[in-house]
Design a protein around this ligand. Sequence first.
Ligand SMILES: [Zn+2]
Length: 564
Amino acid sequence: MALLSRRLRPVFLVLMVLPAAVVSGGAQQPASAATRLTLGGPAPPTRTEAELRAFLDELEIQEFAISNALGVEQYYQWKGENRHFAGQFARLQTDLLSRKDYAAVIERWRGKVRDSTLARRLFLHHRDFLVARADPRLPLRFVDLQAAVQDTLGQFRFEIRGQRLTGTAAYELVDTSADRSLREEAFRSRTQVSPHLRHPIFQAMELLDRIGRQQGFANGAAAGLELSSLEPASVLRDIEAFELATRPAYLAILARVKADLGVDRVEAWDIDYWLHRQERSVGADAWPKEPGLTRLHDLMRGLGFAVDSLPIDVRVWDVPTGGITFFTRPPYEARLLTNPFTGSDFYETLFHEYGHGLNATLMRPDLSPIFFRGDETPLGEGLAETLGHFAYDRHWLAHAAGVSADQAERLEQVGKMQLLLWLRRSITLQAYTEISLYRDRRMNPDSLYAAAYRRFAGVELPPGDYMGARDFFATGPLYAQSYLYANMIATQLREAMREQFGVDDLSREPRVGAWLTERFFAPGASVPWREKVQRATGKPLSTDALARYLAGAIPPEGAGRSPS
Ligand SMILES: [Zn+2]
C-alpha cells in the first residue's frame, strides 16, 4: 500500500481550493478617475490592445507580489513554524481572483486579441478568474473540510496487535513483515479510520462538484482537470490504454509473486513484500543516505547544469509528504525540502524535487509574471520525473552508486516494477475511481472502488470500507492523473534525448541540461504543455514510451528465490 504521494503534492492546489473572499465587486470609486490599476482599485478603461496589455501588466504585478509572499509563508509553514501568514496571504490572493470587474475585462477580450503571447496571458487569467464565478462560501467550506481530513488522519493511530501505529508505520509492516498474517492485519487496519473520514470525504467531493458546476462545467472533475488542460473522457481513455498496455507485465509480476511466496492466491498484502525482497536480494546498498547531496550535485553537473551557481536551496527536512519545492522568486530563487527517507525513495525524491528547482530557476527572467508559475501539473511533474528516473537508471547506478553492472540492471528492474505497481494501484486506480464518480454521482462508490481495485491492482480487496479511507479524494482532488502523464512525459523525453544525442547513457550526457532548458524550462507557462512535448519529441504525447519502458518490469526467471 504505497502512499499516493510518493513525493511532492505541490502548492498549485491552492489555486483550486482558494479560501473564499468577501470581495465580489469593484471599489466604489468613479471609473473615470482610473488611468492605471491601483491596489484594490477599479479596472482602468481597456479600449485598445495596448490598454489591455497595460492592465494585465499591473494585475500580474499584484498577483506576483502576493504569490511570492505566499510562497515564503508556505515554505515556513512546511518547515514546521507555527507563526506564519499562509492563510492570510492565501485570502489576499482569493480577494484578487474573486474580482468580478477584473474577470469581466478578461472575458470581454478573450479570443479577440491578435498578439499570441497576449492571447496566452488572457487564457491563463481567464482560468484563474473562474474562482469569481462560484459562491465564495463554498471554497471556504471546502478548505475547512480538507483541513479536518488532514488533521484527523495525522492524529489517527492504527491498532495492530495491541500497538498503536501511524499510517506510515502500518504501511511499513505491509511492505516488510515476513509474517503473512501480520501483513494482512496491517493492511486491513486501514479501514479503522474510515468511520471518521468517510463523511467529510464525500462532503468535500459534493462541494467540489457544486463549485465546478457554478463555474459552468459539467461536473467537478471537468472543472478540476481544466486546470491542467485535460478533460475527463480523454483522461479515462489514457488510463484504459495504459492499463491494457501494462497488463501483461503486471500479470507476470503477480504470477511470480505467487510462485516465489508459494501461496494459493496472491493477496493485496503480498505484492509490496515481494518487491521488498527483490530489492534486498540484489545484495547491494546502492542508495546510502549520507552521500546523497554529493551524488545529486555530481549527477546534475554531469547533465550540464551549472550546479554551483544555481540559486536552489536544498534541505533534508521531515515534511508531511515526500518532498516539496517552492518557487520562492522565479527565476532567481527556489527552496527545496526533501524527506530523510531510506533507500531508493530518498534519491528518487531528491532528484525529482531538484528537477522542480531547475524548472523554477531556469526560466527566462524577461517573461510576463503570469508565466513564472511554470507548466501545468502533467509537465511540471513530468520534468521532475525526467530527472527522478535517474535514481534507478542502470548507467547511473553502475558508475555513481558503486554496484556492479549486473546488480545495476537488476536494481533498475526493481525500480521499474515499483513504478508500475505505484502507477496502477495508486495513481490510475485513484484517478479512474474519482473521475468516474464525478461523472455519475449515482454510482455506488464502494462497488466501483472494489471493481477498480480488482482491475488495476489485479487482486481482490477484502470486505470493508476502503473507499472511506481514501483521504486523497478530499486532500488531493483531481491530482492523481498528473503522475500518469508525468511518467508518460518522462519516458518520452528520455527516449527522444537518447535518439537525438545518439547515446544510450544519459546520466553523463552534458547536452541534457541545454535540451531541457531551451525546450521546457526557459519559456515557463508561455507555451501550452502539450505543444512543448510535441515540438521537443516530434510526436504527440502517448502511452507508448511508458509502455515500452515498463515492459522491462517483467521479472527475470528465478529472481528473488533466495532472499536473505
Ligand atoms: Zn513533484
